[in-house]
Design a protein. Structure first.
Length: 324
């Protein structure tokens, strides 16, 4: 259990280090519209958190929810974050899950619901992976003890240990592998919306596939600005933004002429700013779990490590085909 908590702490640190409480995963964090006194009270609770007074911060949030019950969703979300914070020596992942789950159940329309669902998914997912790693580490330790007392099986046991250790290394590094030696070799990016799959291709050969998240309204082509749909059609990578709020954004040349014509016929703006990007800055710890929900505003999202691979392999001008 101690090793499991250490592993979860390492992952959560990627989220917490260098930030004050929680920026939202997607844009539009203006969930709180209370008066100046209420905002000041929330600031007090946040200041206590940043000072390391976690119990005092939790007590302050208890006072807030008693005084401002309508903001119970924000209180539950931020209390869940504090309970999960790795530097909180009294951290309690079960209490954190309890806060997020209560928010989801009691505040179904809350702007914090999606982030809470992601936190529940991530904490459970990390715990499951850590239990697998802990089991394998326990096997390694058992085998090492056997090695000391059973010299006639040294070779076989050592091979088993090496295999288990390699499996652990693969789990930790599988998302970090780059194709640096093949820089710029991709000539097509194929996006299959229904399969939630992005495929890098070169001369008809599949280089690598990735799980993706799409816009929150994924069925059908994008028609207008703000419809949260991911486009469908033939485009290209025409720019990239290394300073994006979302890790390393590659700009897709939407809208094309067909998209503009459809928008004119509908009397609407076709919108724009469609990207292939990583996770919002500060949330890289989410990793693969981000693909469990469609959370973008129409963009195509992968993990931070994956967008670095894609950005290395796919230069500007690479064809982007987006299928339903």
């Amino acid at each position: 259990m101690a090793k499991q908590q250490i592993r979860m702490g390492e992952l959560f640190c990627r989220f917490f280090v260098g930030i004050v409480l929680v920026p939202m995963l997607v844009s539009g964090c203006g969930h709180f519209n209370g008066g100046s006194q209420a905002r000041a009270t929330f600031k007090e609770a946040n200041d206590l958190f940043t000072q390391g007074n976690y119990n005092a911060s939790l007590d302050k949030y208890e006072q807030i929810v008693a005084k401002y019950p309508a903001r119970g969703d924000r209180v539950l979300f931020e209390m869940g974050i504090i309970y999960a914070y790795p530097k909180n020596e009294h951290k309690d992942y079960q209490k954190a899950l309890g806060c997020f789950q209560k928010l989801i159940q009691d505040y179904p329309e809350s702007g914090y619901r999606q982030e809470s669902e992601m936190m529940v998914f991530t904490i459970n997912n990390v715990a499951l992976k850590d239990r697998t790693i802990a089991t394998q580490q326990a096997q390694i330790e058992t085998l090492r003890q056997e090695l000391e007392s059973r010299g006639n099986e040294v070779t076989a046991l050592q091979k088993t240990i090496e295999t288990l250790e390699q499996e652990i290394r693969n789990k930790e590094t599988e998302k970090l592998k780059l194709f640096a030696s093949r820089k710029g070799t991709a000539d097509k990016i194929l996006v299959e919306k229904q399969a939630r799959r992005l495929t890098l291709m070169s001369k008809g050969e599949v280089l690598k596939t990735y799980r993706i998240a799409l816009g929150g309204n994924p069925v059908g082509p994008k028609e207008r600005q703000g419809d949260n749909k991911t486009p469908e059609g033939i485009y290209s990578i025409d720019a990239r933004n290394k300073d994006s709020r979302y890790h390393l954004s590659l700009h897709v040349s939407y809208p094309n002429e067909r998209d503009r014509k459809r928008a004119r016929e509908l009397g609407v703006s076709p919108g724009g700013d469609i990207m292939i990007h990583g996770i919002k800055n500060g949330f890289s710890w989410v990793g693969d779990a981000h693909a469990g929900v469609d959370w973008t505003q129409g963009c195509i999202a992968v993990t931070d490590e994956e967008i670095e691979e894609i950005g290395t392999l796919a230069p500007n001008g690479t064809t982007v085909e987006i299928r339903p």
